[in-house]
Design a protein around this ligand. Structure first.
Ligand SMILES: C[S@@+](CC[C@H](N)C(=O)[O-])C[C@H]1O[C@@H](n2cnc3c(N)ncnc32)[C@H](O)[C@@H]1O
Length: 362
């Protein structure tokens, strides 16, 4: 690899240690020191369920053991990351996922589109499928006194899978608890305050519905309110022809809802009874200890939760090939998952092991 580090030999017994770990009931993480691509080469095919990682960004920081990120040209940096990703593709099971948090870099005033250049190569050349581009909104950023650009407050987190037909995804594990319905003056009211009174009035006063459509809409509204009362639907919205804001395009060619509105005069938007799923914008404060254990770029534990909960099966194995102080491993440990962490810098691994030893499954 062409990065600015004298190549470190991986520990000689890596493949034996990995095989023993994967065959055991151990849940404390296994930490391996060395260059990510070289250590990964010792890990068997299809042995890991999820990779969650934040590689060094290009030209941002110099870590204790240097490593990737210090290349003088962009293409060498991308080539180094891509060879790690090719190994990740091999060690992941066909049901596996890769979650990649990677920031961009300015050169000669221009953003270099690093995450997108990498994503394009992963999809086009390595066969990954990009499922989501999550915007990590860091809520509070560092001051930026540049007079000719905005302050950066977000970073991408990319979710890629090996096989679009087989990847593991447990959406129920990441839903927020549904809001509770309440009874107000003898009437059931949904968590967001829908009692049906306004919709009923809207239907009764509608001049865009004929008599039969009005009767059908009122009947459907009653059935929906019963479903809310019985907990089959946690909440809903009703759109009635000719009134209010439609939530779709008006074109019946592109929207099934536009067609429903034309044919029946109304449609419902149902909330899932198990609660809403998270969006692709995550508001998570950055790690506030900017220099934890001598490391300057630890990411917050919350960044790892949705990825591990949604895409790692029970009893599965998580891997972070650039684990630093072991945040991914710590969250895996809390969730009762096995994990492997790789880093070039022995001092970070000491800190990571210390952090994880102090934590047990929750
Ligand atoms: C952005 S940090 C990861 C921080 C980590 N997510 C945490 O929460 O502590 C990137 C890490 O990659 C490591 N690194 C750089 N080049 C490497 C290489 N070739 N192989 C393995 N690790 C490397 C650095 O030592 C650094 O700890």
């Amino acid at each position: 690899m062409g990065h600015a580090t004298p190549h470190r030999e991986p520990q000689r017994d890596v493949s034996r240690r990995v095989a023993e770990y994967l065959g055991s009931a151990e849940r404390a993480p296994l930490f391996l020191e060395g260059d990510a691509a070289a250590v990964l080469a010792e890990i068997p095919d299809a042995s890991v369920d999820v990779v969650m990682t934040s590689p060094p960004y290009w030209g941002h920081r110099e870590y204790a053991a240097r490593g990737i990120g210090l290349e003088s040209d962009r293409d060498s940096y991308l080539a180094n990351l891509l060879s790690v990703c090719a190994e990740l593709h091999r060690v992941l099971r066909p049901t596996g996922s890769l979650w990649l948090n990677l920031g961009d870099t300015y050169r000669s005033k221009g953003l270099q589109l690093i995450p997108w250049r990498l994503a394009l190569a992963l999809v086009d050349d390595q066969g990954w499928v990009l499922r989501n581009h999550v915007v990590w909104n860091k809520v509070k950023g560092s001051p930026d006194n540049a007079r000719d650009k905005l302050r950066n407050l977000h970073e991408p987190v990319l979710h890629l899978v090996k096989d679009a037909a087989r990847f593991h995804y447990d959406v129920d594990a990441i839903r927020s608890a549904p809001g509770q319905t309440k009874v107000v003056k003898g009437r059931t009211v949904s968590a967001t305050g829908v009692s049906g009174v306004r919709y009923r009035r809207k239907i009764e006063l509608s001049t865009a519905l004929d008599e039969d459509e009005r009767a059908a809409a009122l009947e459907a509204l009653d059935a929906m309110l019963t479903a809310v009362e019985q907990g089959e639907v946690s909440d809903f919205r009703m759109v009635v022809r000719g009134s209010g804001r439609v939530t779709h395009s008006d074109s019946e060619r592109v929207s099934g809802r536009a067609k429903e509105l034309r044919d029946r005069g109304f449609y419902f938007l149902r909330y899932h009874p198990k609660g809403a799923k998270p969006s692709d914008v995550w508001e998570i404060m950055p790690e506030d200890t900017h220099n934890r254990d001598g490391h300057f770029a630890a990411y917050p534990q919350d960044l790892c939760r949705i990825p591990l909960l949604a895409t790692c099966p029970e009893g599965g194995t998580v891997l972070d090939p650039f684990c630093g102080t072991g945040t991914t491993n710590l969250v895996a440990r809390q969730l009762g998952l096995r994990s492997i962490g790789i880093d070039l810098a022995p001092e970070y691994l000491v800190a990571a092991a210390r952090r994880c030893a102090a934590t047990h499954e929750r």
